[in-house]
Design a protein around this ligand. Structure first.
Ligand SMILES: [Zn+2]
Length: 267
């Protein structure tokens, strides 16, 4: 009995039958590690899922192509060129500091601007400010730019004299980590202290940056929609021209042509 050779369903490399099996066949060790799967959950994945999971996983783990264009405190970094941001998920300032001493920001995660659904400022467990796309988007039912709402960042100051916790929660379109937290305060802090004032400043900067990104996202989306609309208009005109030819050649009647034209122009 010879060695059975198969092809990795993702990269096509010839491999010996191994332990990395998916629903659609075997994958090589390299693709397996890139996918982030374990041996059990890999079994249920289709070829399509393997491909998209590898893409997502490698995008999130590629810390080398992150170009910092803006950094707010030690909490968050923005890369406007590649439209992505990096957060030190769940860590407080001390945690971030230790993490950066230990090496290359290993507890950080990179997210795409396009994945932002909404963000909110949570003070002692309750939401004080919220912004982002409307609810419809969360359920994937956005039909046009009108469905998007940007929350107004009021920047109103707290009425409390002491705060125990302050964090920003960012909801992202990410299967693995749908909620990202930026911990701004996690110890008892007086709101008239210098510490609080500096954190307040940072908080406002982060929130207004997210507001801007969401506005950019909406603009991008509405540009895409109007481009698509123009393309449709163009192809309708092309179609009508074709039917006009058929009419001129006597293949269809005037009535049939008028009917088709109405249909194509949506009138
Ligand atoms: Zn492979």
């Amino acid at each position: 009995m010879g060695i059975i050779k198969v092809k990795c369903i993702n990269c096509n490399k010839e491999i010996i039958v191994n332990k990395y099996k998916t629903a659609d066949g075997w994958i090589c060790g390299k693709c397996f590690s890139l996918s982030g799967y374990n041996i059990i959950n890999a079994l249920k994945k289709t070829k399509e899922q393997v491909r998209s999971d590898i893409e997502l996983h490698s995008r999130l783990n590629n810390k080398n192509n992150f170009i910092i264009s803006k950094k707010i405190g030690n909490y968050i970094e923005f890369d406007d060129i590649n439209r992505q941001f990096r957060v030190f998920d769940g860590l407080n300032e001390i945690g971030i500091f230790i993490d950066s001493l230990l090496g290359e920001k290993k507890n950080s995660t990179i997210y795409s601007y396009d994945d932002i659904i909404e963000f909110e400022l949570i003070e002692d467990g309750s939401t004080v400010t919220k912004g982002g796309l409307g609810r419809a988007v969360v359920f994937g039912a956005l039909t046009g730019p009108a469905g998007a709402i940007v929350g107004e960042i009021t920047g109103k100051k707290t009425t409390k004299s002491i705060i125990n916790s302050l964090k920003i929660k960012i909801t992202v379109n990410n299967f693995y980590k749908p909620a990202v937290y930026i911990n701004l305060i996690d110890v008892k802090t007086k709101t008239n202290s210098i510490m609080y004032r500096s954190i307040y400043e940072i908080t406002q900067q982060i929130l207004s940056t997210f507001t801007l990104i969401i506005k950019q996202n909406e603009l991008k989306k509405s540009n895409e929609i109007s481009k698509e609309f123009k393309n449709n208009q163009y192809s309708a005109a092309e179609e009508i021209r074709k039917f006009k030819e058929l009419l001129d050649e006597g293949i269809i009647t005037q009535e049939e042509f008028d009917e088709k034209k109405k249909q194509l122009l949506n009138i």
